[in-house]
Write a protein that binds this ligand. Structure first.
Ligand code: GDP
Ligand code: MN
Length: 379
């Protein structure tokens, strides 16, 4: 789950990382009022789940409340990387002497949190990573012990020479590690971490991604989710309790079990097709789940054919069959459906489907080949 900058800032502030206090606005007038309250020059920042807002014109300085209103009017409603800006953050502007990058990610390879720091921070860190990766220093942390003080100092020395700044920054590294672990993050990033002309160290931007698997026992974080900033089909699937990931192909897949769903996608590719989604309707699938799944998949205009691949164990194949029949009664499905089912109550399931003139296959290869051909024929 992605957080907006203003939400990530609150989590970083809570652990003591030095940042200016700002506020969010949904209208230019609100932005003006916040700028007036702050006084002096402010920064108006688009709140969208995308990096590179600065380059896209989504981060602007405003010297007074009336400029703040004008800039907010420009930024609100603009689209950055396909996402519409609904809110802006208004914060006091900092004077910048240097810009650095500090990031902390959960790294699969080392299976540890890994710090990445670079004195070449600011808006072009992706370019630094691509062209001069040696300018980014990496440090894996053993979660059993946490971040040692000497490690925090070493990271800080990568960025600064002045010992006052180094000590302040080492503290920020420790605080960032605390926020990362405490909030079940898979990524926490400060870019830029700046020094001011009078020597202070400040975080000017914050990005946090929370691991979705952590949300079950962190309901306080779950409420930070912004549905309007997500892929609509994925948000709908989450509300319907389905594990769903949208992909770019044209073969819609409805499968029970994550392993079978992966195998099905592999087989679709093997026979020359492209899956339109990953979808696991789960173990005990009620007809309701099948209806929701079909609604979500048919809403994707790329989908040319749909494959049901159901292995009945705990899942009763007659439940799934009833779901398919109910769904096709509730709304028009305009693409062909290929059904493969086998296992618990399959005789009953086949009878239900045949009752409405549908057919079910029992062989997985055959079903996948058929749906790939149908999708290709329609394309
Ligand atoms: P991003 O482009 O989405 O990462 O947005 P950032 O919040 O990182 O802002 C982009 C750039 O705008 C920063 O790297 C700074 O150069 C500049 N910027 C952001 N906040 C301030 C500020 O308070 N004062 C000044 N002078 N520049 C700022
Ligand atoms: Mn940034």
């Amino acid at each position: 789950m992605n957080l907006h900058e203003y939400q990530a800032r609150a989590l970083l502030k809570a652990v003591g990382i030095p940042m200016f206090e700002g506020d969010v606005a949904s209208t230019p007038t609100e932005a003006e009022a916040i700028a007036r309250r702050i006084g002096g020059t402010v920064v108006i920042k688009a709140q969208v789940h995308a990096g590179g807002r600065g380059k896209a014109g989504g981060v602007k300085l405003a010297r007074n409340p009336s400029e703040a209103m004008d800039e907010a009017a420009q930024i609100l409603g603009m689209t950055i990387k396909g996402l519409t800006v609904h809110k802006v953050l208004v914060v006091p502007a900092a004077e910048i002497a240097t810009e650095s990058y500090v990031g902390l990610i959960m790294d699969r390879e080392t299976q540890r949190p890994v710090f990445m720091v670079s004195s070449a921070g600011g808006v072009d860190i992706e370019e630094v990573a691509a062209k001069t990766p040696e300018k980014i220093v990496r440090l894996p942390v053993d979660p059993t012990y946490g971040l040692f003080p000497h490690q925090a100092l070493r990271l800080a020395f990568v960025l600064y020479r002045d010992f006052g700044q180094v000590k302040a920054t080492a503290r920020i590294m420790e605080q960032l590690y605390t926020a990362f672990l405490g909030n079940g993050a898979s990524l926490a990033e400060i870019n830029p971490l700046v020094t001011t002309p009078d020597g202070k160290v400040l975080a000017l931007d914050a990005k946090i991604v929370i691991d979705d698997n952590e949300l079950f026992w962190r309901p306080d974080l779950g409420v930070l989710r912004d549905d309007s900033a997500e892929e609509p089909s994925e948000a709908a699937a989450r509300r319907a309790n389905l594990s769903f990931i949208k992909l770019d192909g044209d073969v819609g897949c409805v499968v029970n079990g994550a392993g079978l769903a992966m195998a099905t996608m592999d087989l679709v590719k093997y026979y020359g097709g492209e899956p339109a989604n990953f979808l696991d309707i789960g173990g005990s699938s009620s007809p309701e789940k099948v209806i929701n799944a079909l609604k979500i998949i048919t809403a994707d205009r790329n989908v040319k054919a749909i494959l049901f691949n159901i292995f009945g164990g705990i899942t009763r194949t007659d439940d799934v069959a009833n779901g398919i029949v109910a769904a096709t009664r509730q709304f028009q499905v305009n693409v062909p459906i290929v059904i493969r089912l086998t296992g618990t109550n399959e005789v009953e399931a086949i009878r239900i489907l045949e009752g409405v003139g549908m057919r079910a296959l029992s062989d997985m290869d055959q079903a996948v080949q058929q749906v790939v051909e149908l999708a290709r024929g329609a394309a």
